[in-house]
Design a protein around this ligand. Structure first.
Ligand code: HEC
Ligand SMILES: [Cu+2]
Length: 345
């Protein structure tokens, strides 16, 4: 028995284990959890959440009964010196009917609400107040508002209390659109158009991300949902509809040099669009109002001068494998271009 190591007594070990288990459970209850589907903020998210909670309690009941029986069996029928072997149960009709019927009944209580919820959230929405076409790209999100004529990237703006009707498709591989607090996941499948809708009920900014592995930088394919009061949404939409307006800082030389680089030697216009200018590329995000975004590169960097300049020169440092090319600008040139882009609010 002894191997020279000091032995921790059995009950001390159980205590230590229990303390560890309690600590991890308690630790899991703190924090902000901006991406928890357990704190739903839309009609659809609430339906999914209440289905989940129902299933959770059935699963708990099964756990308690099964594990309880197991523990009782282990203790009562454990081997003891001199004790006779426990008698096996065989051909007990009542027991057999019981353990066939009980799971069947539980499955009905889980299956019926699941089907009802699936049908409800899968049918087209009753109202379709804001229509958005979502296109998944490796590794960013394009958002088009066909009724409003707006195109933007990675930051989805919607008015609170209105039903948002999304059509999802992909430009390359399978992605999955997921804002945990407002809607379930929905895949973006090449060659198909999928639908997803939800009615957000709380103003705020909520993070989301691609939920289907889609290549090297899949983990860097985030997005943000801005749920706004109606007036704020309208103001945003009006701003987006304008052609590119530089918020000219009284002839800021950074900006004008940056503009020349963007349209000239930088080569940026081969992939990016700025409405109202000759830049009409479609491979990368529309940059008409890029200065008004909070983040760049699909939620990966805050939209600041430093970050923009870094991104322009080292897009693959930030996001390995992404399709943007390093156009070989100097650090100073990159800062000029960044200043120009920031001026595009
Ligand atoms: C070969 C095509 C290509 C060229 C050339 C190119 N880009 Fe990009 N750009 C992209 C792609 C693709 C993305 C999206 C990358 C991602 O997030 O995965 C992107 C993203 C960006 C973003 C982030 C936009 C956002 O909303 O997240 C900025 C800013 C940007 N590019 C600026 C530039 C500038 C400035 C130049 C010229 C120096 C340039 N790009 C040249 C393809 C290109
Ligand atoms: Cu993806």
């Amino acid at each position: 028995m002894t191997d020279g190591r000091p032995r921790v007594p059995g009950h001390r070990r159980i205590l230590m284990f229990a303390a560890l288990a309690i600590a991890s459970v308690v630790a899991a209850c703190g924090g902000d959890f901006p991406q928890s589907s357990l704190r739903p903020l839309s009609d659809v998210a609430r339906e999914i959440d209440s289905l989940f909670r129902g299933i959770f309690w059935w699963a708990m009941a099964v756990l308690v009964v099964v594990e309880g029986a197991l523990i009782v069996a282990i203790i009562r029928f454990r081997e003891r010196p001199g004790a006779p072997k426990p008698r096996p149960v065989h051909g007990h009709t009542l027991l057999e009917i019981g353990w066939t019927l009980a799971p069947a009944i539980i499955l009905i209580f889980i299956g019926v609400p699941t089907m009802i919820t699936l049908w409800r959230i899968d049918r087209p929405p009753e109202r379709s107040e804001v229509r958005v076409e979502v296109v998944g790209h490796q590794w960013w999100w394009e958002f088009n508002y066909p009724d409003l004529g707006i195109t933007t990237a990675n930051e989805l703006h919607v008015p609170v209390g209105k039903t948002v009707d999304l059509r999802l498709r992909s430009a390359d591989v399978i992605h999955s659109f997921w804002f945990p607090r407002v809607a379930g996941k929905r895949d973006l499948v090449p060659g198909r158009v999928n639908q997803l809708w939800f009615t957000p009920d709380s103003v705020g900014v909520y993070p989301g991300q691609c939920a289907e592995f889609c290549g090297t930088s899949h983990a860097l394919m985030a997005m943000r949902l801005h749920v706004e009061a109606e007036e704020d949404f309208e103001r945003w939409a009006e701003q987006q509809l304008r052609e590119a307006v530089e918020i000219e800082e009284a002839g800021d030389p950074l900006v004008s040099v940056g503009r020349d680089l963007f349209f000239g030697a930088g080569g940026c216009i081969s992939c990016h669009q700025i409405r109202g200018t000759v830049a009409a590329g479609v491979l990368g995000p529309d940059l008409t109002h890029v200065g008004g975004r909070e983040t760049i590169a699909a939620g990966v960097l805050e939209n600041t001068l430093d970050n923009l300049a870094f991104w322009i020169n080292e897009p693959h440092e930030v996001k390995p494998g992404n399709l943007m090319l390093d156009m070989g600008l100097t650090d100073e040139q990159a800062r000029h271009v960044a200043a120009y882009l920031l001026s595009l609010e």
